[in-house]
Design a protein around this ligand. Structure first.
Ligand code: GLV
Ligand code: MN
Ligand code: MN
Length: 428
């Protein structure tokens, strides 16, 4: 399997197949769209040094990405609606006449994130739409392409902020008061981006337009590598959450304070991280301390305070709760919680069968420990499916995240097939 030469770049490795097997030479419209869109996005929000991406909500790069989305929609004659949270919806057909089938994902990233988590779903959505049109598909209901804002929660701490806001899972007052690392509130960031923060809130009008939602995403593991399949179908999302722990100490001079007189919260942090690991092992869960803030963060000063963020996930809620119970003395404060999400089993089986076709086995069904806007919509009662595209490294939220171009194009094809099925079948 070939891999991308530049891990921080946004170019999927091209298939090693010969000319005859290259879809571009067959004139597939989805291929042209995919390649052009992918190279458009490649330079936006590159991390310093080029290793991965820093694409955070309501920043200048985010604005560039939003403009790109609006431009792609306009070029296809789609109507763009921006909902109360700032999520973008591009419509082919009128979703107020009848609910539509929506596909899409997000364009923001974690700090130092890979090229595929999010953008693959948005780019594939436009490419699949072009495929549908080139095939002369006549949808019986509207088709929407969605770009959710702030999926990673990298700036303000709450993942899937855009979908949580419109579904009412994230309270608008709380969202407005969330602060980034510089102390800027989400309300101020929205104002700077030209949006009215008082608009935040549940958006039933937007949700009423979504009859079904399909999110295509790079796989964040190696399930499809083991299955030997380029594309799989989502079965469920593990329950997961984020907590904050405050460790207080006493600021003092690094060169003049005897060790015995110190109250150093860095020592508490070290102990906490060890406890987190042990609790996760005991509970058969995953737990991560991936973000800390140290005050005042000076090399020659004992810190006055350390704040640590904890991410815990497991196959079931009892295991997550067992980790939290083992860490109770650290008083973790919950910042977000997502219960287990089971995707609509009938829809998942239907999509897996349609993708398999009559001659092939159904596409594999996969669970995942990663959160997605699809999970938030599913929990809100929207019939939802996910498609995963094989990731040869299995790495995600890091520059080594990868997908071969041939698999990305298989994903576009699978998405086009799924959308055609959902847009043309008898029931909505
Ligand atoms: C988002 O990708 C998450 O799983 O945290
Ligand atoms: Mn992610
Ligand atoms: Mn994602």
């Amino acid at each position: 399997m070939t891999t991308a030469p530049d891990r921080g770049g946004a170019v999927p490795a091209e298939s090693s197949g010969g000319v005859a097997s290259d879809p571009a030479t067959r004139g597939d419209v989805g291929v042209a769209t995919f390649r052009r869109a992918w190279s458009d996005l490649a330079p936006v929000g590159r991390a310093p040094g080029g290793a991965g991406y820093h694409r955070f909500a309501w920043t200048r790069d985010d604005h560039t990405l939003r403009e790109w989305f609006a431009g792609e929609a306009a070029a296809r004659g789609l109507d763009v609606v921006v909902d109360r949270a700032g999520n973008q919806w591009a419509w082919w057909g009128d979703p107020d006449a009848q609910p539509g089938v929506v596909t899409g994902s997000h364009l923001d990233s974690v700090p130092g994130g890979g090229a595929f988590d999010g953008p693959l779903g948005v780019v594939s959505a436009f490419a699949a739409l072009d495929v549908l049109r080139s095939r002369g598909v006549r949808p019986a209901r509207p088709l929407g392409i969605a770009c959710f804002v702030d999926e990673e929660g990298a700036r303000f701490g709450v993942a899937c902020a855009g979908s949580r806001l419109v579904t009412g899972v994230l309270d608008a007052d709380r969202a407005r008061g969330l602060r980034d690392a510089d102390g800027t509130t989400m309300a101020d960031a929205l104002r700077t981006a030209g949006r009215d923060p008082s608009a935040l809130g549940p958006d039933t009008e937007t949700l009423a337009r979504v009859g079904a939602f399909v999110e295509l995403h790079v796989e964040q593991g190696r399930g499809l590598v083991h299955a030997g399949a380029p594309v799989g179908v989502g079965r469920m999302i593990w329950p997961h959450g984020r907590w904050r722990v405050e460790l207080r100490g006493e600021a003092n001079h690094a060169g003049t304070t005897p060790l015995a007189d110190r109250r150093d919260p860095m020592l508490d942090l070290a102990a906490f991280v060890q406890h987190v690991r042990a609790a996760a092992v005991d509970a058969d869960a995953l737990a991560t301390v991936g973000k800390v803030r140290v005050e005042p963060n000076g090399v020659n000063a004992i810190p006055s305070q350390v704040t640590a963020w904890l991410d815990v996930r497991a196959e079931d809620e009892a295991r997550v709760r067992a980790v939290l119970a083992a860490l109770a003395s650290w008083a973790p404060a919950e910042e977000s919680w997502t219960p287990v999400t089971w995707f609509d089993a009938d829809l998942a089986n239907d999509v897996a069968r349609v993708l398999g076709g009559s001659a092939a086995p159904a596409a594999p069904l996969l669970g995942t420990g990663a959160g997605h806007d699809a999970g938030i919509l599913a929990a809100a009662g929207v019939p939802t499916a996910m498609l995963f595209v094989r990731n040869p490294t299995g790495v995600s939220h890091a520059p080594a995240e990868d997908a071969d171009e041939a698999d990305c194009l298989a994903g576009v094809d699978a998405l086009a097939t799924t959308l055609t099925h959902l847009l043309t079948r008898d029931q909505p």
